[in-house]
Design a protein around this ligand. Structure first.
Ligand code: TZP
Ligand code: MG
Length: 201
């Protein structure tokens, strides 16, 4: 699991967008779609996993345990309202990657040891991609949580290549982005810039 450039898909993302992100250097992909029916998500997850597995890029499903299991995805990413992480870990099995969103220091303090493999910390900034997001942490709030985290942490929410030096200083293992890749004129090139910046910053 390499978290450095973690691409989270926008709703309805075509496979071509995901493949472009990975060609550019995205190291992990989360299939996130708040509206697609389960059956469509399962079909997309299976298709994408078949393309990404030979490249060593894990395919993580957002929110839906049943989809992750049915598609034999590499893992699942859950939020604070998606259920008890320990029960989800038990259902998912010990080998799958399990990620959890953390929005506050209190949520981090409540994290049981040995349950999740990584956390997504944010939003760092307000972002139109997730209209119902929690209060933005800012870079200082992010750093406070990341420094106390017992597992690798990725920053999420309004972050992009220009933030990479600060995110590395804060101790992040990577950044998770939607629009920095999906809304770029050339998503493959945007992912490449993120990957190169991460490796050189
Ligand atoms: N969780 C917290 S912020 C966010 C998610 C899924 C959206 C991030 O999108 P963007 O476009 O990278 O700000
Ligand atoms: Mg969720």
């Amino acid at each position: 699991m390499t978290l450095s450039v973690y691409f989270v898909t926008p709703d309805g993302a075509p496979d071509a967008l995901v493949l472009a992100a990975v060609r550019g250097g995205a190291t992990m992909v989360q299939l996130r779609d708040k509206h697609a029916p389960d059956a469509a998500m399962i079909a997309r997850a299976r298709r994408l996993r078949a393309r990404l597995a030979p490249l060593g890029v894990p395919l993580i499903v957002n929110d839906r345990l049943r989809v992750a299991l049915a598609a034999a995805a590499d893992g699942l990413h859950i939020g604070q309202s998606d259920g008890d992480p320990a029960r989800i870990r038990a259902a998912l099995g010990p080998r799958a990657i399990l990620g959890l969103s953390i929005e506050t220091g209190a949520q981090l303090a409540a994290l049981s040891p040995g349950v999740v493999d990584y956390i997504g910390v944010g939003p760092v900034r307000a972002t139109a991609t997730k209209p119902d997001h929690a209060a933005p942490l800012g870079l200082d709030g992010l750093a406070r949580i990341v420094r106390a985290a017992p597992v690798p942490a990725v920053a999420i929410g309004g972050v992009g290549a220009a933030d990479i030096p600060d995110l590395k200083s804060a101790g992040c293992a990577g950044l998770a982005v939607v629009s920095a890749i999906s809304a770029a004129p050339d998503p493959e090139q945007a992912a490449r810039t993120l990957a190169r910046t991460w490796s050189t910053a």
